[in-house]
Design a protein around this ligand. Structure first.
Ligand code: 4AD
Length: 483
């Protein structure tokens, strides 16, 4: 149901002399209004022209001589101010309603906005009862509050900014890889392998009873936990490959940095000789994407850095100014042991680094991202390369730890030596399952390595957002799959 309001035409025609009325009336009738997005309107290129803007009302202010509306269509954080004569006011013109406004773009007399739209016609396309609508005009709702309304939170300033940043960061990451000669591979979502071997798999089966569940794929099938093994296949032909897609983990933990469904950026580089060949890609990608986002989403990023996470800009600027240091796992354990901090989990050589350890290490290194390399061999999955020349048994693996989040990236050189890989797979009883993976080492094997970056954690890191649930459109975690 919608209401059409067409009243305005006489208003702006009343003031000037008759000849001008006639001309502007003819102009208005003859010219079909150009449809513009709010961001285009604000860029002033259409000044003086007859335009049509469609969007949602962010504020309504009826005054004696005029009604002021702010209309937002998601193209920018800023809304377009619409000035309408009181005759155009309508009870259905409320906060949250969807409207179509036709009129002339004028330079605004107010400094706060470059242009305003002098309305000739306002059509309420979709009503919105402001009493029942969960968001209230002029109120700054917390991220926790708006999270309760996954079907509406994109209508708030904070979340729409987040989604524009997310979109721009996605494009920036694709650009980084394209500019650096990587081929994008669409790795499968349904897979028969558990790349990480951690058993955090969601099994995939047909839901209809008319289908023979057990035999649909002939083998047990799962939602992917990582596209790495498929990328390794492709790196054997393309040298540099990447994928950027949805990844799933049946983790029962409800933390501020874990989701059951998240996006991972993964890269695989053939002929990589050392961990530095990987850390360079990780660091360059981080810098390039962040600089791009900060340059192209100025207002959206500012909203976070000024109102949601004040002070965080300084932290990110420090990250971008300094090279990311590298320490070995053994050095990390020494640092933790020497610290005066009391950890819940004692830091002994061989232990997995916990969030509290990661946070301490980041602070210790100057609150900038830090690479930790050469983890105990037994902590890493079967594919990690054995550092045979090290005094302690370690693998050529690396994690990137970042302020506020902890682990952002995990990667390693892959074991490319057939005999060592076969021995490890036999040890864990997976040699038959991964016979195809062993084949990769039998036919044209090369030293190679790669990494995965958690995209939501990346957004948390650059924006300073506390909960991972606030940087993804529809968060999925244990006991929650809303919408
Ligand atoms: O360290 P992970 O488990 O590494 C892998 O999956 C490798 N196979 C990647 C590769 O080498 N191609 O995961 C990589 C990153 C983590 O550092 C973290 O940022 C993110 O993925 N991540 C999660 N993000 C949100 N929720 C979860 N449950 C996550 N688990 C991992």
């Amino acid at each position: 149901m919608f209401q059409v309001v067409v009243k305005a035409f006489s208003v702006s025609l009343a003031a000037p002399g008759p000849r001008r009325i006639l001309l502007s009336a003819r102009h208005y009738c003859e010219k079909t209004p150009t449809k513009v997005r709010v961001s285009e309107a604000l860029s002033r290129t259409e000044l003086g022209t007859n335009v049509k803007v469609q969007g949602w009302v962010r504020s309504v202010r009826p005054q004696k001589t005029n009604v002021f509306l702010h209309v937002n269509d998601g193209s920018s954080l800023q809304s377009l101010q619409v000035v309408a004569s009181p005759e155009l006011d309508d009870p259905l013109l409320t906060f949250g309603s969807a409207v179509e406004v036709t009129g002339v773009l004028k330079k605004s007399p107010h400094q706060r906005q470059p242009v305003e739209l002098e309305a000739k016609q306002i059509r309420v396309v979709g009503e919105c009862n402001p009493v029942d609508f969960p968001f209230k005009i002029k109120e700054r709702h917390s991220l926790e509050y708006i999270r309760q309304f996954p079907h509406f939170r994109c209508r708030t300033n904070a979340f729409s900014s987040l989604l524009r940043i997310r979109s721009e960061a996605t494009a920036a990451i694709h650009s980084y890889f394209k500019d650096n000669g990587f081929v994008q591979i669409h790795t499968p979502i349904i897979t028969s392998n558990d790349c990480e071997g951690a058993g955090e798999l969601f099994q995939v089966e047909p839901s209809g009873s008319h289908i023979d569940n057990e035999n649909f794929f002939s083998v047990p099938a799962f939602l992917t936990v990582s596209g790495q093994l498929h990328l390794e296949v492709m790196s054997g032909a393309f040298s540099r490959v990447y994928t950027f897609g949805t990844t799933f983990r049946a983790e029962n933990s409800q933390t501020r940095r874990h989701l059951a469904e998240f996006y991972m950026v993964e890269a695989e580089v053939s002929f990589a000789q050392s961990i530095e060949d990987l850390t360079k890609v990780m660091e360059d990608m981080f810098r390039s994407a962040t600089e791009h986002v900060f340059a192209h989403c100025v207002e959206d990023v500012d909203l976070f850095h000024k109102h949601v996470t004040p002070g965080h800009r300084d932290t990110v600027d420090a990250m971008l100014k300094n090279r990311f240091p590298t320490i070995t796992y053994s050095e990390a354990i020494d640092i933790l042991k020497r610290s005066s901090e009391t950890f819940v989990f004692p830091a002994d050589w061989g232990c997995d680094l916990k969030t509290e350890h990661e946070k301490y290490l980041v602070k210790h290194c100057g609150n900038i991202p830090v690479f930790v390399t050469d983890y105990p061999y037994d902590l890493k999955p079967f594919y990690a390369r054995d550092n045979q020349d090290h005094p302690q048994h370690t693998a050529a693996a690396v994690d990137l730890l970042v302020p506020g989040v902890g682990e952002l990236c995990g990667g390693s050189l892959r074991e490319e030596r057939l005999d060592l890989l076969r021995a490890r797979l036999e040890e864990v009883g997976l040699a038959d399952t991964y016979s195809w993976y062993l084949d990769l080492r039998r036919f044209g094997s090369v030293p190679h390595g790669g990494f995965g970056l958690g995209f939501e954690r990346y957004l948390q890191c650059i924006l300073g957002v506390e909960s991972i649930k606030d940087v993804i459109p529809f968060p999925r975690f244990s006991r929650s799959c809303v919408l």
